[in-house]
Write a protein that binds this ligand. Structure first.
Ligand code: PAF
Length: 280
């Protein structure tokens, strides 16, 4: 069954207000569409954790620091609705742009600290765009729980902090990254990789897993990171923006995996910027 596609906030609110009056728990899965198995795993988690599930689809211009990336971002609403069919979600919210950014929109939600590094450093303004749109989607959907993938681990931390700091009454649930059989993390951007690019990209998980294993054995990060960078370039990546080991809780940089940590990477293959992270 295809869920209703709602484009106006008033229509969404009519539903969510009724659901809350019935005492139902609302889960939301915020997306930018081009849905893949990773998104669908979030929908499954939402179905298991909430009485009503809303999937939002909005390609948020404010979080793209590169106009070309925004223009090339896949838009596949019809296919997305079909993919959601078997999950029997309660609503697909595809807001008209003026529902998110009405004329004269002048507010930015900015989370400091966590956003100065990694994606924040290489994509200036990105997390302001994410925090602003996610705050709006939380308030518009009035959801009780929101589901995000650990693939964008820094985003997950930023969104959690934003909701906590602004007292938005929502539980932010992180879900494990879903991978291709090659280990490549599922991402809407993978759609832009050629078959050769996909082969190159598939090496990333192996190289990062080897590094993570050495870190688990107590190795020091810096020397190994330099080797991993060399290995990524030798495998066909054209640029490595960062490889970093950080505390899983605070995101502070680490030299050794002496506490729960994440290993983060951002690298370009086939003209596509790919990010990933794994727990150490
Ligand atoms: O992860 C994404 O797809 C986006 O950053 C999000 C959370 C939907 C906000 O636009």
């Amino acid at each position: 069954m295809t869920a209703p596609i709602l484009r106006r906030l008033a229509d969404l609110r009519a539903l969510t207000s009724q659901w809350h009056r019935n005492g139902e728990v609302i889960g939301v899965v915020p997306t930018m569409g081009a849905l893949h198995q990773g998104h669908l795993s979030l929908v499954e988690a939402a179905k298991a954790g909430a009485d009503r599930v809303i999937v939002t689809i909005f390609v948020n211009p404010k979080q793209f620091n590169n106009p070309e990336d925004l223009a090339n971002y896949p838009r596949t609403e019809h296919e997305d609705a079909q993919k959601l069919g078997p999950f029997d979600v309660d609503a697909i919210y595809v807001p008209d742009p003026d529902e998110i950014y009405p004329q004269g929109f002048a507010t930015t939600v900015s989370v400091t600290g966590l956003t100065n590094v990694m994606e924040g450093e290489f994509r200036p303004g990105h997390f302001d765009g994410v925090a602003t749109v996610v705050a709006k989607l939380f308030l518009q959907t009035q959801a009780d729980r929101a589901y995000f993938g650990e693939k964008d681990y820094q985003q997950l931390m930023v969104v959690r902090r934003m909701a906590r700091d602004l007292d938005i009454p929502i539980e932010v649930v992180g879900c494990p990254t879903v991978r291709e059989p090659s280990g490549l993390a599922m991402s809407s951007r993978n759609l832009r990789l050629s078959p050769e690019g996909l082969e190159v990209a598939a090496n990333k998980h192996r190289i990062m897993s080897d590094l993570a294993n050495a870190l688990r054995d107590g190795a020091e990060f810096d020397a190994l990171a330099a080797q991993a960078q060399t290995d990524l370039l030798a495998a066909g990546f054209t640029q490595v923006e960062y490889i970093q080991l950080r505390c899983a809780e605070t995101l502070e940089p680490l030299t050794h995996a002496d506490r729960p940590a994440r290993l983060f990477v951002a690298a370009w293959a086939d003209g596509v910027r790919l990010i990933d992270n794994i727990p150490v």
